[in-house]
Design a protein around this ligand. Structure first.
Ligand SMILES: C[S@@+](CC[C@H](N)C(=O)[O-])C[C@H]1O[C@@H](n2cnc3c(N)ncnc32)[C@H](O)[C@@H]1O
Length: 256
């Protein structure tokens, strides 16, 4: 059977919790003929849509056998011809480290129309869910969202540039390399700079480990490196409840 109207909607599912998708995203999701979803998309969200339509997992997680990007691109096009309306459901916002541009380019080369429904990115929502503002008047007036490493695994130049700035650093896909990241950042930032590592953000099982760059080695053993997470580094992390202790505030305020 050839579907009469092949089309693709790239929908941002939000940072984790099923009710953090946008209203428009949810509406489009309910109109899908097939859903191709990523690793960090909530199962509760998938359970809320029509059970009769195919929901195909195309996630890429470290350490698990997964489809290559080329295979995903092809599957999107094949699914559009077979079923009609493909919802390509991606964690957070499709354009934040989501390889959305590659998928759009490929799908459009077949003359299939694509729309993008933005999503709430984990880069901001996950720190916010822990009460950590990425900016705060008088403390941090900007933030960098980055991955620590490049395609070949080496450190990105941006990590160094960001560390040299006074911006809040929000690092995605860096949990496994936390030790190396902290070592690199310590070259440019004070030892008392606070950091947070948040995993399962916005979900019931959300965890947050905080510390200062000074003690990064001791917290490193508490991190479950099998789980994705977000690293936030900068003085705004002191807004987290675990940083309310007077002494740390005193040290931070003294600018040491
Ligand atoms: C491939 S990137 C995709 C980011 C996504 N497009 C977004 O805007 O949130 C995946 C990374 O996002 C971060 N991430 C996404 N959801 C998360 C969550 N709920 N808790 C912690 N980290 C999360 C992790 O660093 C993970 O390795």
């Amino acid at each position: 059977m050839l579907a009469s109207m092949p089309k693709v909607s790239l929908v941002g599912a939000g940072p984790g919790s099923s009710d953090l998708i946008t209203r428009r995203g949810f509406k489009v999701l309910q109109q899908a003929s097939v859903v191709l979803y990523d690793a960090l998309v909530s199962i509760e969200l998938l359970n809320e849509i029509d059970t009769d339509i195919p929901k195909i997992y195309v996630g890429k997680r470290c350490g698990e056998h997964s489809l290559l990007q080329d295979d995903i691109n092809k599957l999107i096009v094949e699914s559009a011809y077979t079923y009609g309306h493909v919802v390509r459901l991606k964690g957070g916002d499709p354009f934040v480290f989501g390889r959305a541009s590659e998928e759009i380019e490929y799908v459009e080369s077949f003359g299939i129309p694509v729309v993008v429904i933005p999503g709430v990115s984990s880069a901001i929502a996950v720190p916010a869910s822990q009460g950590i503002p990425v900016t705060r008047r008088g403390i941090s007036s900007s933030f960098w969202v980055m991955t620590a490493t490049k395609k070949d695994g080496s450190f990105s130049q941006d990590l160094k540039l960001a560390a040299k700035s006074s911006a809040t650093l929000v690092i995605l896909m860096g949990v496994r390399k936390f030790r190396e990241i902290a070592t690199e950042i310590l070259k440019y930032r004070s030892k008392t700079t606070p950091f947070a590592i948040i995993q399962n953000g916005t979900l019931d099982k959300e965890t947050c480990i905080t510390g200062t760059l000074l003690n990064y080695k001791t917290v490193n053993k508490d991190i479950n490196t099998a789980l994705p997470g977000i690293i936030v580094i900068g003085d705004v992390v002191a807004e987290h409840p675990s940083f309310f202790e007077e002494e740390l505030q005193r040290v931070l305020n003294s600018g040491m």
